[in-house]
Design a protein around this ligand. Structure first.
Ligand SMILES: C[S@@+](CC[C@H](N)C(=O)[O-])C[C@H]1O[C@@H](n2cnc3c(N)ncnc32)[C@H](O)[C@@H]1O
Length: 295
């Protein structure tokens, strides 16, 4: 496959890390007010969490690429059919928040030309290693999704699975996605469903109510941030209803579609237990998959 180098030439990790930090520090110095400093500190804490906890990297229990791939698509068994990783032959794909890199690898296997981007050093390292292990060729960039070091209108697809619900300044990310997508390009991915059984039972009931966290004054967003991820210390998660995510995406893109998948709940001592339910009657799954087009 012929590879177009990304315009910024920022493929060296040290260089990109510098870009991220300077971007944030400059903005803070120019307006040193309390609100901005605390926003900057919050961003740093968010990034720090993702620098030690990236799903499916299996730091504690090393696994090979094929094992990770099987684990992911057996567990989240709707993904291959819904995202059609093999439908982008020769197309330019950007993955925002590539984490362990398993989906980026899938796009490359399917014939796409990819740029995988994440602001966590652990994530970009994991993605790089995974692609190497799979003998796959793709660019990997360390950068913040709110400030993409990428030229306008160059991608056919921007994909972001389980990421934008962890970004408080989600509008900043959506602006950037719109900027780098070509006209008629597709933005797709997943956010957590606030109208799901996992949210209501596993997070709000088991943690928020039964453990008394809501009674102690924690907000709903504090509770979901604390318990949406496997590892402790997550700083920010906002789950969306179907209408909320459709309305948000509709401000930036056209032809927005949202569907619900992944019927699972977390039980005490066991996570992601699948449940059977007539999906024609309900949309109680934990994942809202969105598709939106740049018009
Ligand atoms: C829940 S993980 C999902 C990873 C991967 N997409 C997956 O499905 O396994 C969230 C990922 O988003 C990345 N992330 C969060 N906020 C980001 C931001 N503002 N810019 C870039 N990456 C971000 C984190 O570093 C982490 O790798």
């Amino acid at each position: 496959m012929t590879k177009t180098k990304i315009d910024s030439e920022i493929t060296d990790l040290t260089g990109v890390d510098f870009f991220v930090q300077v971007g944030e520090k400059t903005r803070m110095d120019s307006q040193p007010n309390r609100a901005l400093v605390s926003k900057w500190d919050f961003s740093r804490r968010i990034r720090k969490f993702w620098s030690k906890a990236v799903p499916m990297t299996f730091e504690d229990k090393p696994m090979g690429y094929e094992e990770k791939r099987k684990f992911r698509y057996d567990l989240q068994d709707y993904m291959q059919e819904v995202f059609r990783f093999d439908a982008f032959v020769g197309k330019r794909v950007l993955e925002i928040g590539s984490g362990a890199g398993i989906d980026s690898a899938e796009f490359i296997r399917g014939g796409a030309e990819t740029v995988s981007m994440d602001f966590s050093l652990l994530a970009v390292r994991s993605t790089k290693l995974l692609l190497k292990e799979g003998g796959l060729d793709g660019d990997v960039v360390l950068a913040d999704a709110r400030h993409l070091p990428l030229r306008d209108s160059q991608f056919d697809l921007v994909y972001s699975f389980g990421v934008i619900h962890h970004v408080p300044d989600v509008a900043g990310v959506l602006c950037e996605v719109g900027r780098v997508l070509r006209r008629n390009g597709l933005f797709t991915g997943m956010v957590y469903n606030r109208d799901s059984l996992l949210y209501a039972y596993s997070i709000m009931y088991l943690h928020g109510i039964r453990k008394g966290l809501i009674a102690q004054g924690l907000s709903e967003i504090d509770v979901v941030s604390r318990f949406s991820e496997r590892l402790t210390g997550n700083q920010y998660t906002r789950a969306y209803t179907r209408d909320e995510i459709a309305e948000l995406l509709g401000r930036f893109f056209g032809h927005v579609l949202v569907d619900t998948y992944y019927n699972v709940i977390d039980m005490v001592g066991r996570r992601k237990v699948k449940f059977r339910i007539d999906t024609r009657q309900s949309d109680l799954g934990w994942h809202l998959v969105f598709k939106a087009t740049k018009i």
